[in-house]
Ligand binder design. Structure first.
Ligand code: S3P
Length: 166
């Protein structure tokens, strides 16, 4: 199963819970990039720019989709790449969605997320206008996370993907 959605939507937390529930391994492309480069995502953005990060991310997603059989969480912007979207077609992909107020509450002003460092509310809106249709396009199911605990979201994902008996 693959989890997509914007930063702060709970992909890592929910992904780890889902992996536990399914008795499957958890993997996360941001963590793969940090492990492969030995650098933090924010440093890669600042030092080398977003296009370089996207190249690393494209490769990390390609490798993870090929190798991994458990729960895989993708970085929030991974779906911007057309090749990645093609790669995801036919896979059980869940889009964890949330509204702007929930996003600002969760990601906050002091975020380590470079894309929301300045004026997070406006950045968020712009980001989602550019991406919402892409998340929806790759998703088999959409699960709203607003006002839900990670456990509730994990259960909703299992129900939506009809994996509750696994
Ligand atoms: C990004 C999301 C981040 C990380 C990077 C860019 C994005 O991942 O890949 O900061 O473009 O939305 P998370 O969604 O895991 O926070």
């Amino acid at each position: 199963m693959v989890l997509v959605g914007p930063m702060g939507s709970g992909k890592s937390t929910v992904g780890a819970l889902l992996a536990q529930r399914l008795g499957a391994p958890y993997r996360d492309t941001d963590a793969d990039i940090v492990a492969a480069t030995g650098r933090e995502i924010s440093d890669i953005f600042v030092d080398d720019g977003e296009p370089h990060f996207r190249e690393l991310e494209r490769e990390a997603v390609r490798r993870a989709v090929a190798e991994h059989t458990g729960v895989l969480a993708l970085g929030g912007g991974a779906i911007l790449d057309e090749g990645t979207r093609t790669l995801l077609s036919g896979l059980p992909v869940a889009y964890l969605s949330m509204d702007v107020e929930e996003a600002v509450r969760r990601v906050g002003l002091g975020a380590a997320r470079p894309l929301l460092a300045v004026n997070p509310r406006r950045q968020w809106r712009e980001l989602m206008e550019a991406r919402r249709h892409l998340y929806t396009e790759v998703a088999r199911v959409v699960v709203a996370t607003d006002d839900r605990t990670p456990e509730e979201v994990a259960q909703a994902v299992l129900d939506a993907l009809e994996l509750k008996d696994v």
